[in-house]
Design a protein around this ligand. Structure first.
Ligand code: GLU
Length: 308
């Protein structure tokens, strides 16, 4: 395993110069785009890592997976999907075109409009403090904190998400004010994780929502099934289809450079690679996952999958 990870990272590192950091949030623009790290957490709770897997970065859109899971747990399936769809949008993550012109609700909870709608509902249901504690539990990482600098940096450059939130409000989709909804949404995006935290979270999802160490159920089976399916179809923005064909592993990316991947019943994978492609996905991180998928037969439709 260590050799496979090392080779994948060393090869993919050659691609970091091809992308850019997410400078629309100034704090993210300052990160070294050559960072690249991977961590794998296997069913026995063993961690394997290579590269910059211990560096903290903001979870960004990967928090949408946590918010969706908590919304499903607390509000149920019907209420959650009453105001957000489950179809890939085919548009960029921060688009408001379809929402304005062709639909009365956001396409899915993995794009900004859908996640702001979910955040707006959650803000009445659960405190940010509880969300933080639950995130620590899911990621098996007690050191996760709010990155205040990233939070304030994003709140100072929030025009586009504000436009989305006002559009949602005009359609009667928000349950809280624009300000409260965005505060909740951006705080969740500003949690500091590592590739190792994402690998731990991935393993919980790969294990049907059960904490691999304590054996305690953290999420209901149906919630985990729903979340993983939406990650597969919508988790890599408008690059989700190609990524599903090439890698075949439910994943969610964030503009902080993280990717969370779930290899069902086998492992969780966390990536950190802040150099992004034009769709907002880690450019070298995707290459690492393509290589791991090929070498370890991780594709969900691969045959002859070896036992680990
Ligand atoms: N906080 C970011 C935003 O709302 C998250 C986007 C992402 O990671 O895709 O723009």
């Amino acid at each position: 395993m260590n050799e496979i990870l090392k080779h994948a990272v060393e090869e993919a590192r050659k691609m970091t110069h091809l992308g850019k950091t997410a400078s629309y949030i100034p704090e993210l623009g300052r990160v070294n785009k050559e960072y690249l790290g991977v961590c794998v957490c296997t069913g026995d709770g063993q961690y394997y890592q290579y590269g910059n897997a211990d560096i903290r970065f903001t979870i960004q859109s990967i928090s949408k997976v946590i918010s969706l899971a908590v919304a499903l747990e607390r509000c149920g399936f019907d209420k959650t999907f009453d105001r957000v769809g489950m179809e890939p949008s085919g548009d960029s993550f921060d688009s408001l075109v379809k929402l304005d012109l062709t639909s009365d609700y956001p396409s899915n909870p993995m794009i900004n409009s859908g996640a702001i709608a979910v955040a707006s509902h959650l803000a009445s249901e659960v405190s940010f403090e509880r969300m933080l504690q639950f995130t620590r539990l899911l990621c098996m990482d007690e050191a996760i904190e709010l990155n205040e600098r990233a939070y304030h940096s994003e709140m100072g450059h929030i025009s586009r998400n504000k436009a989305i939130a006002y559009l949602l409000e005009s359609k009667g989709i928000l349950e809280n004010t624009v300000e409260e909804s965005l505060k909740f949404y951006v705080r969740m995006c500003s949690l500091n994780v590592t590739a190792a935290s994402l690998a731990g979270f991935g393993l919980v999802l790969a294990s049907d929502g059960i904490h691999p160490v304590t054996g305690k159920r953290l999420l209901h089976s149906r919630v985990v099934q729903t979340v993983k399916t939406i990650m597969l179809t919508c988790g890599m923005y408008d690059g989700s289809g190609k990524f599903a064909v090439e890698v075949g592993v439910p994943s969610k990316s964030g503009v902080g450079g993280g990717i969370l991947s779930v290899v069902d019943k086998r492992m969780g994978i966390g990536i950190f690679g802040p150099s992004l492609d034009e769709k907002g996905n880690s450019i070298a991180g995707q290459q690492v996952l393509r290589e791991l998928s090929a070498k370890m037969k991780l594709h969900m439709f691969a045959d002859n999958v070896p036992e680990f």
